[in-house]
Design a protein around this ligand. Sequence first.
Ligand code: COA
Length: 141
Amino acid sequence: MFAVSSVSWQQCQQELYYVRRLVFIEEQAVPAEIEIDGWDELSIHVLARDLGGEPIGCGRLLPDGHIGRMAVLPAWRGQGVGRALLDCLLDLAQKAGIETVHLSAQVHAIPFYLKAGFVPYGDIYDEAGIPHRAMHKIHSK
Ligand code: COA
């Protein structure tokens, strides 16, 4: 059991960074200077917490309609947390009037995004030493 909510970087920076540090920096060996960039203060963030209020997953939506930093702690994967975070971000994008949502998917996560209606385009490229592919989803009117 978990709950997902929209949060601000100012209020929840520590919880968001807790999840991102464990998943991206420690698990995936992404360099810390790449993981933290200038976009966090400008983005809308979503945070998943367990019933005890502990952070278990996160994601963000940039003002230009890019979703990123999708991360769920290993013990919570495969239980719908990622999908709930993604659905919340898509809902927030729609409310913000963003018609097409973009993301840069790690290749292993493409099936996860396909299930949510994203479509891949272009070639596979390297980002932080991890193969990625661009995907997008156009809101149906
Ligand atoms: N391959 C195939 N299917 C996958 C998948 C994968 N790697 N990850 C999730 N799915 C499927 C699930 O089986 C589920 O399908 P269903 O609706 O038919 O049951 C659906 O996608 C939703 O999965 P969910 O349980 O909500 O995903 P999750 O909570 O495990 O979160 C990630 C998915 C990718 C966010 C999570 O695995 C993660 O944090 N990975 C490490 C960080 C990362 O790579 N982030 C992505 C950066 S682009």
